[in-house]
Ligand binder design. Sequence first.
Ligand code: HEC
Length: 360
Amino acid sequence: MNRNRTLPRLLAGALAAAAWWTALPAAAQQPAPVPPEIQSMAAAIAGELAARCPLAEANDVAAFEHCRSALYGDSKLRSHLQPVVLWGRQSTNANATLRQTNLTQFAPDTWTHLYAPLFMFNGRYQVEWVPHERQYVVRLEAAFRNRLAPGQFPYPFWHEEAKWSMYQNANGFLLWVHPHTGRIQAAQFTDRAANPPLHAVRPVQHKFEGKWLWTDGGGRVQPAVTLFDGLYRPENPYLPALDRQYRDLALQMRESQCTSCHVPNNPDKMSRLVLLSTPAHAAGEIDRLIKSVREDKMPMDEFRNSYALKPEDKKWLLESAEVFKSTVQSARAWEAEAAGRDRPVALKPARAMQRPEVSQ
Ligand code: HEC
């Protein structure tokens, strides 16, 4: 095989090309104009966001739910996401590149269900090529639903004042699009977009109680959104098991040190954080979780060296992860079936009148 020989050569070629590229003045690096596929994708996504997630009161639960089910479902936004999307706030350092910015990794399910719908859009956007990132960026004007109940955020963003402040005052939402795949690799929010704020922000003060999951005054586990509230039907028979089995898994993850790193305050300062701190977050990462434990890649010590768990701990962790995974699958399958059951009912009147079925 000559692969070993060609690879370094290819790399050297790529590096030379990169050096040539960065040596050009900014104007020359601009591949003008933005190609029509990228333009039309940006227009479609901006239009969808304005139609499904329009500006509303920052505490409008119905608007939030509507946006959430639209984006989680068969949306343009979702169909353009990479299998792992990076998400987070724009760095406070204006010169930081994406690579230098801490971001969190999400499965498309998790991001379209828990994060993207917290924003509202007016449909205004710009697309441009960003030479130093070698990506297109779609800059959407946006606002944040800061007045929802605490259980409607995926975790208490107010655990860090600067983070909550940027969320509350967000006026822009950025989608980074890879030029070759046309897929969204990363998304960010910012309070430094060029456009004026879309609404007058009335800031909310919350107190962080030190817990990523908590029980509210009525005995409900919060954040409810991370237990699929509003996403799965309340009569989904797997909901109680999801809650119970996540708790078992969380216990095993605590035993195995996972929770000392994979939590929102990012104690290990990971540049590409993976969150496992709620049922919805863990559900999104369950395959990677099982694989990395099975292969002894996780956990890691404080020097980021992987080590194997004690056989007993590994066995319990993998067992509880498999049980949780199978319930996640059953819950999803039940939802898909329930959606199928609902559909014929909705179509009945049209059939009775012998009208041709209208495809939507
Ligand atoms: C000392 C901190 C630390 C601990 C403890 C830790 N991790 Fe990680 N984990 C990391 C870092 C850092 C990465 C990113 C690894 C990389 O890409 O180099 C990571 C990545 C992962 C990923 C993503 C893997 C992928 O496919 O990219 C999963 C899943 C994961 N960890 C699960 C776990 C589980 C489960 C445990 C407990 C058994 C655990 N981790 C314990 C630091 C930690």
